[in-house]
Design a protein around this ligand. Structure first.
Ligand code: LLP
Length: 404
């Protein structure tokens, strides 16, 4: 994705062409970028060839998941809907792990019937529920237990999950109790220890700490886990100030861990696979000048992309065509929704804009469309996938008749 002759282009297709053909707002993904991300992810950890389970929650588009499956990835799901979607995309159940603190009996039933690789339980009650259902089915079910390693992921507090005060996983004491319980059960096959300490992690040190905690607890209980599921969380650069996660150091820490513990590593990455594959193309509806600000009112809003409103997340905003004339302004980019948090960013020194200009919001491939809603009864955007010069509609724009 770059400017070619001053026009922002995805692979071989310009943003202008996409907007003309599909209107705006439109989510647009690059296949080439997806391919690159997956290849790099595999390369970073190639010495122990982990099972990579794509976190479906980050992007739930079935056509995109199909492409991801074609690279050999499995799935991490957190609801029956996500499990159904992963299966619909053709992902092998033996590559699917089911995480989440509140799986209902209906969801557990479904997961057992589909013979997925692991149900990663997050409480004693859940283990008992799985056991009860497995008993009724006379089946031994493969489970993992999610440990809360009480490790600060040093990321946004809203997306931090590995601290004691978070609802996720169980502490070491309960973990040990559950392991003992599982060993005596005829219906639970304890295969995995899982963790996930948070998302958008850019520092490898929390991962090192997490591995130390896991190592200690395994030594204490003396149980050999066939799988260690390290979750996802690898961060991406949303702006040039973001530092990059040091994959080399994370990889080294895992290799050190594997010297003492012979297990297969599972990862559950979402953002690092799809985050930078997507842009949101939108149009300036109005430019509204007040005494203190220049508001650029876009046709995309917080219902299409909620990350800035929900987490104060920063997404780069770019013009679709770079102008020669150097006239710069400070703009506040907002959507049409009736909430003051419906704001994408304030940009200083942005090239002068006019109404109907096209704008690009960057790095929205993860937790963009998957967190979209119909708030203010706005239809959800189109999603398209670019492969070279080919454009494929992977989800049509929602029609008013779909919800009215
Ligand atoms: N595994 C589990 C158990 C998770 O809860 C998550 C994300 C992942 C894997 C994938 O994490 P990733 O590799 O994508 O960081 N909506 C927020 C992010 C929430 C993440 C929730 N869990 C955002 O837009 O930043």
């Amino acid at each position: 994705m770059k400017y070619i002759n001053k026009k922002f282009t995805i692979e071989k297709v310009s943003v202008q062409k996409i907007a003309k053909k599909f209107d705006t707002p439109t989510y647009c993904y690059s296949y080439k970028k997806l391919n690159e991300n997956i290849k790099n992810f595999k390369k970073n950890f190639k010495s122990f060839s982990p099972l990579i389970c794509f976190a479906i929650k980050s992007n739930t588009n079935v056509n995109l998941i199909k492409e991801i499956k074609n690279f050999g990835l499995g799935a991490d799901v957190v609801s029956m809907g996500e499990l159904m979607m992963a299966l619909k995309a053709g992902i092998n159940p033996k590559k699917i792990v089911f995480s989440g603190v509140g799986k209902t009996s209906k969801e557990i039933n479904y997961a057992i019937d589909k013979k997925i690789l692991l149900i990663n339980a997050e409480s004693k009650s859940e283990i008992k529920e799985i056991e009860k259902i497995a008993n009724l089915k006379k089946r031994k079910v493969q489970v993992g237990i999610r440990l809360n390693p009480n490790t600060d992921a040093k990321t946004l507090k809203q997306i931090s999950t590995g601290k004691r005060e978070n609802k996720f996983g169980v502490n070491d004491k309960v973990f040990i109790e559950i392991v003992k319980y599982c060993k005596n059960s005829n219906y639970i096959d304890l295969k995995c220890l899982s963790v996930h300490i948070g998302s958008q992690i850019l520092d490898h040190k929390p991962y090192e700490k997490m591995l130390n905690v896991i190592s200690k607890i395994i030594n204490k209980i003396n149980h050999n886990f066939e799988f260690i599921d390290l979750g996802g969380g690898m961060g991406i650069s949303y702006n040039s100030r973001n530092k990059k996660l040091n994959y080399k150091k994370y990889n080294l820490a895992i290799k050190k861990f594997l010297k003492n513990h012979k297990s297969k590593i599972i990862f559950e990455p979402g953002r690092s696979i799809v985050g930078n594959t997507g842009i949101l193309i939108c149009k300036v509806i109005y430019i509204k000048k007040t005494e203190s600000k220049n508001f650029v009112i876009l046709d995309a809003a917080m219902n299409d992309l909620i990350r800035p409103a929900l987490y104060g997340a920063v997404h780069k905003i770019l013009p679709s065509v770079k102008k020669n004339k150097k006239l710069y302004k400070t703009y506040e980019f907002v959507g049409p929704i009736c909430e003051s948090t419906d704001k994408f960013a304030t940009s200083k020194n942005f090239q002068e804009l006019k109404e109907k200009d096209l704008i690009i919001i960057c790095d929205v491939g993860a937790y963009g469309m998957s967190l979209s809603s119909n708030y203010n009864l706005r239809p959800k955007p189109t999603e398209i996938l670019i492969k070279g010069s080919k454009i494929k509609v992977i989800k049509k724009r929602q029609k008013y008749r779909d919800f009215i």
